[in-house]
Design a protein around this ligand. Structure first.
Ligand code: HEM
Length: 447
């Protein structure tokens, strides 16, 4: 593992070498890690035998992040996980709560327009339009929205005059991403547990502890304030912040990049926006289901450009046989979302960004999930994502406002946009820097 970083690429190379869509790797003395990359096998694990594969591993990283396995996504199956999942599904992420929190999301969608608009105005005299770091915009939109919904404040500090993030928000978002990158990240000591007592072998633990400290520095005072107010226990709220920030921001950054390099896709998204919403009103959440093509662009980004290569490990709770393979109790099953979405036996010309492949024909609304598990954006079954409604609304709204509010172009001094994928992660190797120009009359950009 030390010689073959990043581990996710090494595992995919092994699958290629053995020409198999299922392989078992023994990591450390006793952990069977079973990597899977075909929809048929994914259905066997997550549909036919979902009940058996619904636990999570006991890893140091997840222990630290979740305060001892208290959070839903990170806790092994058992009473704590069931309770937290119930609270999330029935209360925090339920339809009534989603509706109740809509004004917070609307506020952030308005602030997004204003922030990009201000950046353009700052640069307009030099450039025709403004050079925008799309990664900063998308990540902070997600961070601000979640802070606003969870803590009732979009900023921990003062923010910037142009509406952009201040030092506090930059540090907070960077720490959340550091946590994302280091959980379920094949930390050596998770498989050789005796090393844990001696040393932080690959440096994961230190990076995680530092990031968790930063997140708590900002979040805990607000949580404690509420505890004081309500005189009752509240769970720490790292999880929800982490769950929301990665995929929506990454998917939209990639989509803008793909649209700029394939102008016909951007043109069709704009035409649809003008036809369905028009130019004299801003797109709102209730318009989103009618924006079929825009939704297909997001689904295509989820097929090709998810933030994490694998689903979090699903641990088997008993010995079983799946598709003829014996799977011992305690195995870690990791399904490759990366390979499912790029599987040439399933998708024609899989590496081409082509939203049309998701359109179902005249008058039919596109659906975000794929019941045959040919791609796994939100997963399915007992461990399926309870935040699908919120995640979809945030991702689509982010893209919708960016498409409606601005035209997006390659910087003329560059001549092209580099869409190379990072080697160590699945994001763009370099943050997307592109030129945005105002598309609507100035009075349409909310103050
Ligand atoms: C575009 C946005 C999102 C995507 C693509 C996404 C995707 C996923 C995936 C793939 C899983 C793992 C499922 C598995 O292990 O099989 C998951 C789990 C989870 N997600 Fe999301 N998610 C998104 C947004 C959200 C949001 C907004 C929340 C809540 C605020 C959320 C909360 C959770 C939780 C709590 C779990 C753990 C479920 C469990 O272990 O039982 N997600 N999500």
């Amino acid at each position: 593992m030390l010689l073959n970083r990043p581990t996710f690429r090494w595992i995919h190379e092994l699958m290629d070498r053995f020409n198999s869509s299922i392989i078992c790797i023994r990591l450390g003395p006793s952990t069977n890690v079973i990597a899977v990359s075909s929809p048929d096998l994914a259905c066997e694990f997550f549909k036919k035998q979902d009940e058996i594969f619904c636990s999570r591993p006991y890893h140091l990283s997840t222990f630290l992040i979740s305060d001892g396995y208290l959070a839903t996504a990170l806790s092994p199956s058992g009473e704590q996980w069931r309770k937290m999942k119930r609270v999330l599904s029935r209360e925090m992420l339920s339809s009534p709560t989603h509706k109740w929190l809509q004004p917070k999301r609307d506020e952030e969608a308005d602030k997004l327009l204003r922030y990009i608009y201000n950046q353009i105005k700052k640069q307009d005299s030099v450039l025709d339009g403004g050079l925008i770091n799309v990664r900063t915009v998308t990540q902070h939109f997600c961070g601000n929205t979640m802070r606003n919904m969870i803590f009732g404040t979009r900023f921990f500090g003062q923010g910037m005059d142009d509406g952009g993030p201040g030092d506090e928000e930059i540090e907070h978002v960077a720490a959340l991403f550091a946590i994302m990158k280091h959980h379920f990240a094949f930390c050596i000591t998770d498989y050789f547990s005796w090393l844990r007592r001696k040393t932080d072998f690959d440096g994961h633990e230190k990076k995680l502890r530092t990031a968790i400290e930063v997140v708590r520095k900002y979040q805990d005072p607000l949580v404690n304030e509420r505890i004081q107010m309500w005189k009752m226990e509240l769970e720490r709220r790292n999880e929800l912040m982490i769950a929301t920030i990665d995929n929506p921001s990454n998917a939209v950054e990639w989509t803008i990049g793909e649209m700029i390099t394939k102008p016909m896709i951007l043109k069709r998204a704009i035409e649809e926006m003008d036809r369905v919403v028009g130019r004299d009103k801003l797109v709102e959440e209730q318009d989103l289901p009618q924006l079929n093509y825009l939704n297909a662009c997001i689904k295509e980004a989820f097929r090709l450009h998810l933030f994490s290569p694998f689903l979090p490990p699903h641990v088997s709770t008993m010995d079983t046989t799946v598709a003829g393979y014996f799977i011992p109790k305690g195995s870690h099953v990791i399904v490759s979302r990366y390979r499912l979405g790029r599987n040439p036996n399933v998708w024609a010309d899989p590496l081409r960004f082509d939203p049309d492949r998701h359109l179902l024909g005249e008058g039919k609304q596109m659906v975000m999930s794929d019941i045959q598990l040919r791609m796994l954006s939100f997963s399915t079954g007992k461990r399926g994502c309870p935040g699908m409604m919120l995640g979809t609304a945030m991702t689509t709204m982010l893209l919708a406002r960016m498409v409606q509010g601005f035209t997006w172009e390659i910087p003329c001094n560059e001549g092209y946009v580099d869409l190379a994928e990072s080697r160590n992660e699945l994001c763009l190797a370099r943050p997307l820097m592109v030129v945005a120009k105002q598309r609507l009359p100035s009075y349409m950009y909310p103050k």
